[in-house]
Design a protein around this ligand. Structure first.
Ligand SMILES: CC(=O)N[C@H]1[C@@H](OP(=O)(O)OP(=O)(O)OC[C@H]2O[C@@H](n3ccc(=O)[nH]c3=O)[C@H](O)[C@@H]2O)O[C@H](CO)[C@@H](O)[C@@H]1O
Ligand SMILES: C=C(OP(=O)(O)O)C(=O)O
Length: 417
């Protein structure tokens, strides 16, 4: 495993173009399984997780090829329904293909997915939804096996799981009749998936609300689609610039997708200006005013759990005692311990952290425990005094394309090793 070496103290200044969203690209790649002709996806980020999804699709029988930043997926040869165990264990999002496989082939087999260790992350809500649609479920030491011809259903999710909503939407899109998903997740990535499914020929109403209705078709056509910008990547660059007292212009950034973040940045004196053409300009104040910040993460439009770690690192710059409560995952504050190795004053249990901001931070040896925890350490390293070595940089590269190169363009001193 590699490292990032960050030398802190440089003020970031410049322009960054935000790439397509990992969390929109992965389910949409999985939804390509539903098509009966090739799918063209534009703006797909070139990431480790995208590579894993390409391996999953290829193992199932699809042909996948890059053309620059465009990914062409020809699903016509898909005839396998067992997702290889090692790919399931590499990435949580591998589970997204079970809905499309079940709808297309009438079978799907998968072991419990792996991915970032931020909580247990069961798949019971996905499975409950498929069983409501008529799938037979068999659990064994081989994993979960689903069989049957799906029928439309009215499904109430006990929690608005993003992945379960997406999986069920995909399965419903190829199941004739109307499926209703209530207490559905409302994330922008759900809306992007809905638009993709609509282009393919399904009817989707209510995506972006908690009540989604999908009228499926027995055959869906391959289409061209552009992935929405990555709101988490945008937040990461905004917070990195703000934490260094700097300034950044984010291109291809949809400000409405950052509801919890923009307001809180403004609360502590950061100037955030929306400009024509999906541009967001972020300028740190000369000096942060003491402002206690209190937030809890939650399903959209709540504060995104995927921004929580980076926001915690940023808050270390802002004088005051801040509180962050993580309510989506039961074990997503591990970065607090790593930040403490850099001198951060944070008291945390598994769910709640008290952050004493406005005190100096010092470089140290730390580990990227998960993707966003790693991004938080990069942000901390950028304003810490001295050199920070972040181990396991591949964990960060799962979800950020060329993070270090793009930070260097805006003035950061960060090198891979
Ligand atoms: C690839 C992708 O898009 N990943 C995102 C997706 O993950 P993912 O789709 O896995 O997240 P979910 O919304 O499903 O999970 C949220 C919570 O629900 C629980 N749960 C989920 C499913 C289930 O069957 N049973 C269950 O108990 C999870 O353990 C977790 O505590 O949404 C998360 C929440 O915004 C983000 O942090 C991830 O970056
Ligand atoms: C937790 C994340 O991803 P995944 O669901 O793929 O593990 C993330 O993107 O922060």
């Amino acid at each position: 495993m590699g490292e990032f070496v960050v030398r802190g103290g440089r003020r970031l200044d410049g322009t960054v173009r935000i790439h397509g969203a990992k969390n929109a690209a992965l389910p949409i790649m999985a939804a390509s399984v539903l098509a009966s002709s090739p799918v063209t996806l534009e703006g797909v980020p070139r990431l480790r997780d995208v590579d894993v999804m390409i391996q999953v699709l290829t193992a199932l029988g699809a042909e996948v090829a890059w053309q620059g930043r465009t990914l062409v997926i020809d699903p016509r040869g898909i005839n396998q329904y067992v997702i290889p165990q090692e790919l399931m264990q590499k990435m949580r999002a591998s589970i997204f293909v079970i809905g499309p496989l079940l709808a297309r082939l009438g079978h799907a087999v998968a072991v419990q997915p792996g991915g970032c260790s931020i909580g247990d992350r069961p798949i019971d809500i996905h499975i409950y939804g498929f069983s409501q649609m008529g799938a037979e479920v068999e659990e064994s030491d081989m994993g979960t096996r689903l069989d049957g011809q799906l029928k439309p259903a009215s499904i109430h999710l006990i929690y608005p799981s993003v992945g379960a909503t997406e999986n069920l939407m995909m399965a419903a899109a190829r199941t004739p009749g109307e499926t209703r998903i209530r207490n559905a997740a409302m994330e922008p990535e759900i809306v992007d998936l809905a638009q993709f499914l609509e282009k393919m020929g399904a009817t989707v109403r209510g995506a972006g609300t908690s009540d989604i209705r999908i009228v499926g078709k027995p055959e869906l056509e391959g289409v061209t689609h552009t992935i929405i910008p990555d709101r988490i990547e945008a937040a990461t660059f905004a917070l990195a610039a703000a934490a260094t007292g700097g300034h950044v212009v984010l291109q291809n950034c949809i400000a409405e997708h950052l509801p919890g973040l923009v307001g809180r940045l403004r609360d502590v004196g950061v100037e955030v200006v929306e400009k024509e053409g999906d541009v967001l300009e972020v300028t740190a104040p000369e000096k942060y005013r003491a402002t206690p910040i209190s937030l809890h993460t939650g399903p959209y439009p709540g504060f995104a759990t995927d921004m929580q770690a980076q926001f915690m690192a940023f808050l270390l710059r802002v004088p005051g005692v801040h509180i962050i409560s993580e309510r989506v995952f039961e074990n997503r504050l591990g970065h607090a311990r790593e930040l403490r190795r850099m001198g951060a004053q944070i008291v945390a249990d598994q769910r709640v952290a008290l952050i004493y901001g406005g005190k100096p931070l010092f470089g140290g040896e730390v580990r990227a425990l998960d993707l966003r925890a790693g991004a938080a350490l990069v942000i901390a390293g950028l304003f810490a005094q001295g050199e920070t070595v972040i181990h396991d940089r591949e964990v960060i590269e799962r979800g950020y394309e060329d993070l270090d190169g793009r930070l260097r363009v805006v003035g950061a001193d960060i090198q891979p090793r």
